[in-house]
Design a protein. Structure first.
Length: 475
């Protein structure tokens, strides 16, 4: 499967595709005219069948020219996937025209073989025309295939296939004419039937080519996925970090463009922003298989098999767009008790907040049945910007430093800031602790320090302690 050249501009692509398609129309016109003239003058069914074949190639080349002009139009409100399907439909029409050619060739060949013999008079012009036809067909098929491969154009591929098979069918016709000439010179009667037999061989070649083209165009029109591509995409996507699995992959083609639609499973506690980043990584993985594909990724939340009790609780809350914190689980004689904090909009009435918490606790109890009881602490989540003023109180700062010095793990306390917000006084500070101190112990120390501050200075309303490691304590 060829990939379009991404380095070429859209305008260059349009010019090159239309140019090669227009040249095909000119070449098909000249070849058809010559074959009609020579076939009529010699009476050769082989040449006439080739003329009919070339005539339909002319129609096909004209259809191809129209299709590449339409298919390159960008997507619009009525054609969100672009106009690429026009190329596939064009190739489908060409298949039908080829099959009509075969019907006429087979009918006339059988008629001449068994019912109405036609005397063939091969001439030098006949051989020259067929040789010229083979030369032009070789030149055009080569040019068409180069552009078709460059831009992955099915319409141009169909045209190139027509011209390449014309080379072989013209060769068969020449062979038939040679055998007719030998029959005349050697007085061998049965060789006079070589021409209609050659025409039948031409029909067989056309049927074979048509069947191949028909499969490709029908697959494209029915949105069949390219063989093996789905499995390769799944393999690439499963290697993306944070992807638990691939639930669905759908691929469709329109002209030279592929569209991929994927559903991937992510951990249910992944944030919305993180899911967007993962979706971009998935799209990049798909582009390793289909470089120019238009990719749509649908993240699906899922609970991983190894999910622990805490993540299961947070997952239930996240499903209701709630964020619980400070979740603790205690074992009371074999019964699990959960305590958690939940922030809600400070403007929400208590009744509404309590109803919401009751529903959340019920959902957690259903999804995590091993929990015996749940207690939720409701906190207010600020919804307005506080007007604050910084204040100076050296005596209070000194008292707070003295308290901090009583904790052996606290190596330093700095950047103490006192602020007044309305009738409340708040304090924030930075505390330096050893680099290797576990977070659980860090949390215990900051919590105890906050309690001691409020005991020593009851006027404090809020205390915020920013803990830092010893090697980086100035950020």
């Amino acid at each position: 499967m060829a990939a379009p050249n991404l380095n070429a501009s859209a305008s260059d692509m349009r010019v090159e595709k239309r140019g090669v398609a227009f040249n095909s129309v000119l070449a098909a016109t000249a070849i058809t005219a010559l074959k009609v003239v020579v076939g009529t003058t010699t009476g050769s069914l082989g040449i006439l069948s080739e003329a009919a074949h070339s005539g339909l190639d002319l129609i096909a080349a004209f259809i191809t020219l129209l299709s590449v002009r339409v298919s390159d139009k960008p997507a619009d409100a009525d054609h969100q996937y672009g106009h690429g399907k026009v190329e596939n439909f064009s190739a489908f029409l060409e298949t039908g025209l080829l099959l009509l050619t075969c019907v006429w060739i087979v009918y006339e060949s059988i008629r001449r073989l068994f019912f109405h013999h036609v005397e063939i008079e091969p001439s030098a012009a006949a051989f020259l025309v067929m040789l010229a036809s083979m030369t032009v067909d070789w030149w055009r098929s080569r040019a068409l295939r180069r552009v078709a491969d460059k831009y992955d154009s099915q319409a141009l591929q169909a045209d190139a296939l027509h011209f390449s098979t014309d080379i072989w069918s013209s060769g068969v016709v020449i062979l038939g004419l040679v055998l007719v000439v030998l029959g005349h010179r050697l007085k061998i009667g049965w060789l006079r039937d070589a021409d209609p037999i050659a025409a039948l061989i031409v029909a067989g070649v056309v049927v074979y080519v048509s069947s191949r083209l028909a499969r490709q165009t029908i697959d494209a029109l029915l949105d069949a996925a390219p063989t093996g591509v789905r499995g390769r995409i799944i393999g690439e996507v499963e290697g993306v970090e944070s992807v638990l699995g691939v639930d669905r992959v759908r691929i469709r083609r329109a002209g030279n463009r592929y569209f991929a639609d994927l559903s991937v499973a992510l951990r249910r506690n992944v944030t919305f922003q993180k899911s967007g980043q993962v979706a971009e990584d998935v799209a990049e993985a798909v582009h390793h298989v289909l470089p120019d594909a238009d990719v749509v990724v649908h993240p699906i939340p899922r609970a991983p098999r190894e999910e622990n009790l805490f993540d299961r609780i947070r997952g239930v809350a996240a499903r209701s767009n709630l964020n619980v914190h400070e979740v603790s689980v205690q074992d009371f004689g074999g019964f699990l008790h959960v305590e958690q904090h939940l922030e809600l909009d400070e403007r929400m009435p208590l009744k509404d907040a309590h109803d919401l918490v009751t529903r959340l606790e019920g959902d957690i109890g259903v999804e995590v049945p091993e929990i015996s009881s749940i207690l939720t602490h409701i906190e207010s989540e600020p919804a307005h910007i506080e007007a604050t003023d910084e204040i100076r109180d050296p005596a209070l700062e000194s008292r707070l430093r003295r308290i901090a010095s009583q904790f052996p793990e606290i190596l330093d306390m700095h950047e103490i800031t006192l602020k007044r917000a309305g009738s409340h006084i708040n304090v924030s500070c930075h505390c330096t602790l050893p680099d290797t101190l576990p977070l659980a112990r860090v949390h215990d120390i900051s919590t105890e320090l906050e309690i001691r501050f409020k005991q020593e200075a009851p006027e404090l309303f809020k205390v915020l302690i920013h803990t830092e490691p010893q090697t980086d304590n100035r950020r």
